[in-house]
Unconditional design. Sequence first.
Length: 767
Amino acid sequence: MLVKKIIINSFLTVFSLLLLSCFFFDTKKENGVTLNVLSEARKSVEEQDFIKAFDLYNLLLFFDKNSKEATFELIQLYEQFREYPKAIELIHQYKNISPKNTEFDSILGELYFRIAVYENALPYLGDGTISTIKKAVCLENTGDLIKAESLYIAIIPMYHEISGFLSTRIAYCQIARGVPESIVDLFGKLGKVISNKKEKYIIAHDLLSYFKKNEKYDEALRLIALMKSDFADKVSILDLERGDIYLSLEDEEKAFQIYQSILDNSGAGAYRAGILLLNNSRLLKKDYMKLAQLCYNTGDYLHARNLLEEVVKLSPTNYVHYLLGMSYYKLRQNRKVVQIFKKLKNAYPEKRQTIIYYLGRAEEKIGDYTSAKKNYKTASKNKKSKLADNAIFLAALLEEDDGNFDVAIEIYKLMKEEFQKGDYIYKAMLRGGILSYRKNKFKDARQFLNRALELSKKGRSDHVSGLYWLGRIEEKRGKKAKRDSLWNLIKTKTPLGYFSFYLGGDSIIIKDIEMMEWLSTWTDTVILLAEDEKIHWRRGEIFLNIGLVSEAEKSFSQINQTTAVAYKLSKLFREKGFDYQSILYSLKVKGRSPGSYFSKAPKELLQIEYPLLYLPTIIEKSRKYGVEPEIMIAIIHQESAYNRTAVSTANAIGLTQLLPSVAEEVANFIQIEYNGIDDLKKNSDLSIELGVAHFAELQKKFKRYELSLAAYNAGERKAKEWKRKWIEDLPTYFDMITYSETRGYVKRVLAKREIYKIVWNLNTSED
């Protein structure tokens, strides 16, 4: 059906274009039609019907590539949606037609600067003061340090607010190009222009990296000597740099002496020094255990395991066996965990509770559920242990897997009586409530769910789940008035949450009220800055204008961020193209409001919190792979908040937060070029296409968004497990997902899909 629809739509589009083409050339009324199409495009932008606007502008330029107005307005639209490469391509198309026309050159320079293609930005940047700073940044990044320095010097008198920053760049340029001064004098100059010690270290370390990269090792060693006297807390790290330089100079003995000294002192850099010694077969056996502990504490479990396997031959203590077992667990070598911990659990009383708990985890993962349940229950006996609630909860889940729901309910009752708080306790109460509801034990269900409400905060997703299930109980008891009272509470107090939409709520915008009027009903809207705060504000604005968002954030952090200030900053960051920061500031405003993050708000604030970005690319890629664009818009917002360089703690990267291994697998499957991690960060089109293609493949397997989203977040295996157990009733499925993150993730994405439709009046269907 989808293919048929695309063919029909394509035919209609082409046929319309042919008719319009005939009209243009047969009736000679091109100008009138062009103006009408342009007028309709502008009207669509004004009405925020952006999909129609893009179609109309592209239609107009299809027939009239010389239309300066249409080109300019489409460029603006691409900029608004952060489609900078498309805007650049459009300008070049126009310049190919009108090569002598330079009207779009300054825009082209700004666009190249925004995507950090500095060599291309330079010829097009204008002559204003902000553009001059940008030129200097471009020159510095492309290695023309003499010109960069001269521009920084020229601009200082006009920008005293950022004189420290400009002076720092001047000093950097001078040192990096090796002006005829001693490194001592230049390092002293750096100290005079930078008062903040942390900033001075960062700049000095940048210089050190420059010297190393350009093989200026003598200068690098002299700089390290100076830095060590200034930064006593960085001595080990700087010695590590010194060792690396001697290794580059092939003076291995001196390098390894330095590495050994760093490892002996056990300070910062000891882990890396030890690994360098190990990789070069210079690690002493006496240091195996020390490095193994450093590796384990750093999360390098592979090296920890390899070293501990050697240590256990030399010194088979209980602690060595314990650490080896934990390393196996981290590496998912669960059979070896079982082998070690079965012997160790009675021999090492100091760690018995932890050993039994992880023995249970490993047994569960290899399919020995009977032993796992037994060990979980044993590990839960010491209620003071931080693992006790985890262990008993996992035992209950295994009882559920065996169909022993009554036993699971009894465990949850025990948890209700013996444990006070914690995420596992909340999950136990919610599951106990749902299971009791399914067995028509309404009294027990209410007790569980009321406890769940006590453990959760009002206005949060967990609290809403409790209210929903209490409503289900009343519905089953025939108490519809009580049910409606509870469910109306959800729709009025948390209209932006999933259950509100599930229950038919769609009123999320405070209508007929301006943003400032809304703010004035609960907070002061007047912004009064002290004199020093005005300077910080001006600094922040300048840094935003030249694209230095981290410097801008530092400046704005020095200002008392009242709600009115946070709102103004949310608009300012959005205006300058920094949407992630804009979203964060809008959440500050929302979080301070009388309701919650899921409460109604004026449309203006919701459009800042839920920006509509990369729309042309998302629509193009979604239609290519047969996915609804709205769901991808929501996924990207949830995954990265539209921060294209985002990297998660699990190393998921880019707008769609794909693991590098998944990105490579998807790229190979759909046969597109993929050049690694940097590609995911820099190329938004690529990140979106890979994310869409990955989700489309999951959708083919699972058929339903609820399941595909769980698979996108937690992997296919867990999604299949949750589907098998609970999919017959959607609310049950949502709240019985065992991973807290995934439970919230699926609900939030589905809610955001509805929010985007309402806030932006989205209709991406091709009908």
